[in-house]
Design a protein around this ligand. Sequence first.
Ligand SMILES: Nc1ncnc2c1ncn2[C@@H]1O[C@H](COP(=O)(O)OS(=O)(=O)O)[C@@H](OP(=O)(O)O)[C@H]1O
Ligand SMILES: [Mg+2]
Ligand SMILES: [Mg+2]
Ligand SMILES: [Mg+2]
Length: 457
Amino acid sequence: MPLNSSSLLAAKAPHFLGLPTTYAPNSAAPFSSLLPFLNKNLQNNSSHVMAVPNLNQSHGLSSSVFEESPSLNLSFAKADKYSRELDIAVRAVQMACSLCQKVQGSLISNINNEIHVKDDHSPVTIADWGVQATVSWILSTSLGSKDVSIVAEEDVQKLSKADKAPLLKVVVQTVNECLAEAHHFGLKAPGMALDNSEVLEAISRCNSTGGPAGRFWALDPVDGTLGFVRRDQYAVALALIEDGEVVLGVLGCPNYPMRKEWLSYHHRYYRIISKLTPPTSESWDKGCVIYAKKGSGEAWMQPLTQGQTNLTWPNSARPIRVSSIDNPALATFCEPVEKANSSHSFAAGLAHSVGLRKQPLRVYSMVKYAAIARGDAEIFMKFARAGYKEKIWDHAAGVIIIEEAGGVVTDAGGQPLDFSRGVYLEGLDRGIIACAGAKLHDKIIKAVDASWNSSSL
Ligand SMILES: Nc1ncnc2c1ncn2[C@@H]1O[C@H](COP(=O)(O)OS(=O)(=O)O)[C@@H](OP(=O)(O)O)[C@H]1O
Ligand SMILES: [Mg+2]
Ligand SMILES: [Mg+2]
Ligand SMILES: [Mg+2]
């Protein structure tokens, strides 16, 4: 489907109002007594109100720039190459976010039945399987299953077991309810509801192992599943990788509103504790979908449509840009919520040594990448424990979005992340550093070695 060309022709440097930040304590998640992993490290959260972007422009995607503007330069030509794939990916992620929101709504009453534990003790829900099946089905039917290769997080081992028939039934129902709405998102719905084997097939088809040659998608159906089950931040992440390079990235962030900058306390308070209608504008409850194409020098954000037929498609999209703050004393850094996923103490030492003065913003999922790309924070650091191998689907979409929004992402040795070596980010040096600009990035990279040698990591 052709997309509105205005996005690629839009102003390249949207302005942001950098408002002061204040601190607010996080509330404990209400479900913490139900599963052991829900209760870890909550006391270590810290949070603050984010800077407010001045979002007064409205733009869409484009796939037909040459028809409307023949004088466009080469960088647009390159960007246009993946327009069809980007269009389908954004729509698929919009649908996936809608699925997640519906499942999240049902978690309150059914939490014990709907959170499962994988062999590595990490959580998985019907949203993880449901999104993987839905996105896999949409990509395959829209782009032709022969041409679609997908690397994704979930498998069907647990779902296929005979004693999991009731779980599979709910997943299949969730997928069919979502796919039935496909036309609201400008996509084709299946002629008939998918049966169990078709849903299992859609999930297990995502069994590519990536690599250096050809084209494949990297999908994290729910990134930050822990945040998802806590009704906090999570993301649907989809990236297209070609010949080892990320060329498209789409991040659906259902709990990261377009106009609201509360990544934590108040947002969560209203969502979790009271379920009250928030006391502000209608956009409070809308999350966002952020996307970028390699080489365009632009990243875009649009609100979740939630399948509303009255919204014109493509929905209004706005350009986003990284923050211009390059003084560490004014910068905010993000890191994972869980100490088990990233060393808070090492990051704290590093932060101190480069003059970062603000408390870390601990956020689940690739919403951290989104926050940097939107200009709501300046630095993201992740230092996993030795031996942990980062997976490509946890980073691909976020990396390209930050880079196209003007930021820099490398490993802790200053090298670009390598998406060409299979499912894992092989060769990653110690950790991941994403910054709003080269100056901040340089300072952090230089400080890593000194801090590393004196740390016990
Ligand atoms: N031990 C360890 N170390 C580092 N990273 C790990 C580890 N275990 C898991 N993971 C991956 O972390 C993903 C969640 O990352 P987050 O940044 O959201 O972490 S946190 O929940 O905020 O702490 C999470 O993604 P999802 O499984 O999609 O939620 C995992 O891929
Ligand atoms: Mg993940
Ligand atoms: Mg996941
Ligand atoms: Mg997981």
